[in-house]
Write a protein of this length. Structure first.
Length: 321
């Protein structure tokens, strides 16, 4: 065999190995954001998609597939089967609440979706109508116990995290406060400002302007730590109620059938993106805390969150409307 023929044959044998090693990603990626464009979830998804795409050498295109508290978008990801080019930004509702609330999920959250990394946490704040004259959480609890069933709290909808956060607060403090559901956070805030309802637990950015204006009084961050946008407001953990934790969050997932190698590449690119100062700053501007972590850590987190909210749902006998 001549040298040139041997070299040609060696090159032919090596080419498939190189191709296999570089097969993913072989086309543009799709990032499914299960909420409409323009909101915080969309910002998180687009920023993360851009970083992942840059690191993997293929553009990552965001597709907004809203519906059923994020379940519609995650069903699309689950149905992608083995295609690792599809990934999704899973919400806390779709990941830890709806599996208990929905009589029949369109997919198995454990088998049909593969956890990659926790992306971001968005802290929530308990705020009351300033005209009530309630200055702190202790005063709120005292008022609620003195007037059971009289105080009201608005939420963005039955079964969502802003509803269950209120039920968790009631369970941990032994108070009776009436839940008033709305179709989204905006009408809940409108009625809170009008005095139609007395309080709400919503994402910090949703209430921030009204807290700063003095229309609302922030009593506590329903989290383990204070919020960067409201540094003067104590956390529930500081106030002795560490179990009243209702952080909203988003996590990155792949279809359950995607290969381990492809999932690892996406996870690595995602975590690198989440560590970048520009990512941390962009998330912080809308109240988000960039997280990151391993698939195993996310899987454990999902189990804990699902168990926590399942207990709240059962205790409060929450049913979907």
């Amino acid at each position: 065999m001549t040298l040139s023929r041997r070299a040609a044959l060696g090159g032919a044998l090596m080419t498939p190995t190189v191709a296999w090693g570089q097969a993913f990603p072989s086309k543009p990626l799709t990032m499914v954001v299960p909420f409409p464009a323009g909101g915080p979830a969309d910002l998180f998804g687009r920023h993360l998609a851009k970083g992942i795409g840059e690191r993997l050498g293929q553009p990552a295109i965001v597709e907004n597939k809203a519906g059923v508290a994020g379940v519609t978008g995650m069903d699309f990801v689950a149905k992608a089967g083995a295609d690792a080019h599809v990934m999704g930004l899973m919400s806390s509702s779709a990941g830890a609440i709806m599996p208990t609330l929905m009589p029949r999920m369109p997919y198995d959250p454990v088998k049909d979706l593969a956890p990659l990394t926790l992306v971001v946490k968005v802290q929530e704040v308990l705020a009351v109508d300033a005209r009530l004259g309630i200055v702190d959480l202790k005063a709120l609890i005292a008022r609620a116990k003195a007037q059971p069933g009289r105080l009201t709290y608005g939420s963005a909808g039955t079964g969502g995290i802003t509803h269950l956060a209120g039920e968790l607060l009631k369970r941990e403090t032994g108070v009776d406060i009436l839940h008033v559901p709305y179709r989204g956070a905006a009408p809940a805030v409108q009625d809170l400002l009008a005095g139609t309802v007395n309080m709400a637990i919503l994402d910090v950015p949703v209430l921030l302007a009204h807290i700063r204006s003095g229309a609302l009084k922030a009593l506590a961050i329903t989290s383990q730590s204070r919020a960067g946008l409201l540094p003067g407001v104590p956390s529930m953990a500081e106030l002795g109620l560490a179990n009243v934790n209702s952080d909203n969050w988003y996590a990155l997932v792949s279809p359950g059938g995607a290969s381990q190698a492809a999932r690892q590449r996406i996870q690595t690119a995602a975590v690198e993106t989440l560590k970048m100062p520009e990512t941390i700053d962009a998330f912080a501007k809308v109240g988000g805390v960039a997280v990151g972590g391993t698939p195993a850590e996310l899987a454990a987190f999902l189990r804990g969150e699902t168990a926590k909210w399942a207990a709240v749902i059962k205790a409060a006998n929450v049913k979907l409307e």
